[in-house]
Design a protein around this ligand. Structure first.
Ligand SMILES: C[S@@+](CC[C@H](N)C(=O)[O-])C[C@H]1O[C@@H](n2cnc3c(N)ncnc32)[C@H](O)[C@@H]1O
Length: 350
């Protein structure tokens, strides 16, 4: 075995484990499963959400068997997350805990207030746990639409909401195959025959009366599938640039967007991006996220406390005069502290 790999078990203390990890050792756990979970929690208390936690590994055998005392059956959860088993492998216990909690969510579903239904997210698909943005979509003035597009559909929740609000046909797209499979499953259950889900970069073919999108809101490169719904690698710009070509005459788009990136100085003004794309703002609904902010622990707490999520109603610029009565977002207070902004939405419970 590699010199950097140390086999450990029930007898190791959290302090000893941490000393080994800090010396670049990787720990392979062979003790009791629940003791391993306890050790992981103890390490987290000492180092926070540090990458050091990834150094505590467990072995998954053929068919994803976890050969530890008191271990749960992880086969189904691992198959859903990783696909069919291709042989034994080592996995960070922290990641496995995330895979198991994603499986729990998929089985139980997330209750979505504005639908009065449960949505079942798949592993790695953006889950509607913060639902303030859905209230914006549910409350936006709507006279009905023959066709709507939901771009970046994730679990399909917005497409389903649009169908429930009376849209005759919704075409939903996502670039991630996992999201496409997940949205198809949810749509099949909650709005059969009204929704078509396509694996696509941005738009499907054709035009729609209403285009809705809740794109990733922080510019950056996702480090894992779990962050793909949060970090934007160009979707927002691509969406705005190609939107005019996909709106029917008189059609409208609803862009759902947090202003956190602007507050952090990570992105220029959204209003300018909108104007440069040949679009104009026909109205805006704002809400403040109801997420509890962990004052003191979160270096971005001051900025997050100011965050506003908006539904921007957009139209082709030449068809309508701009609405000059629009108020800009509330006072912007920048704080460039570090921290994992996406963590609230994606972290697994260790
Ligand atoms: C913030 S999530 C929103 C998911 C869902 N619409 C919701 O509101 O819960 C953004 C979604 O956009 C998808 N996405 C990112 N880039 C994309 C692209 N270029 N084309 C289509 N979908 C994309 C991601 O895979 C993710 O599912």
């Amino acid at each position: 075995m590699d010199q950097n790999v140390v086999v450990v078990g029930d007898e190791i203390s959290a302090n000893h484990a941490l000393r080994l990890i800090r010396k670049n050792r990787v720990l392979v756990w062979r003790g009791d499963y629940w003791n391993a979970r306890q050790l992981l929690r103890a390490l987290k208390r000492r180092v926070g959400k540090s990458p050091l936690l990834k150094s505590l590994l467990v072995e998954l055998g053929p068919e994803y068997q976890l050969g530890l005392r008191r271990a749960p059956d992880v086969t189904e959860a691992c198959t859903q997350a990783y696909g069919p088993c291709e042989g034994p492998r080592l996995v960070a216990l922290q990641e496995l805990v995330g895979v198991l909690s994603a499986h729990e969510w998929r089985v139980r579903g997330v209750y979505v207030e504005v639908l009065g239904e449960r949505i079942h997210p798949h592993y790695g698909v953006f889950a509607p746990t913060r639902q303030d943005y859905l209230e914006l979509v549910a409350n936006a003035e709507f006279e009905g639409a023959a066709t709507a597009f939901d771009i970046g559909t994730g679990t399909g929740v917005i497409a389903i909401l649009l169908a429930r609000r009376g849209t005759q046909r919704v075409v939903a797209t996502d670039i991630e195959p996992r999201a496409v499979a997940c949205a198809r499953e949810n749509a099949e259950r909650l709005a059969p025959a009204r929704i078509q889900v396509e694996e696509r970069n941005l738009f499907p073919a054709g035009k729609a009366d209403l285009v809705v999108s809740n794109p990733p809101w922080l510019p950056g490169v996702p480090q894992s599938a779990l962050h793909a719904g949060v970090y934007d690698q160009g979707m927002l710009q691509g969406f705005l640039d190609t939107l005019p070509a996909h709106l029917n005459p008189g059609g409208e788009a609803w862009l759902v967007m947090s202003d956190l990136a602007e507050r952090l100085g990570l992105r220029g003004s959204l209003t300018e991006l909108i104007q440069r794309a040949g679009l104009q703002v026909a109205g805006r609904l704002d809400t403040r996220p109801s997420t509890r902010i962990r004052q003191g622990q979160d270096p971005l707490a001051a900025v997050k406390a100011q965050e506003i999520i908006s539904l921007w109603r957009l139209k082709q610029a030449h068809l309508h005069r701009p609405d000059t009565r629009l108020e800009p977002a509330a006072g912007v207070e920048l704080d460039h502290g570090g921290g994992d902004v996406a963590a609230d939405c994606t972290d697994a419970d260790t």
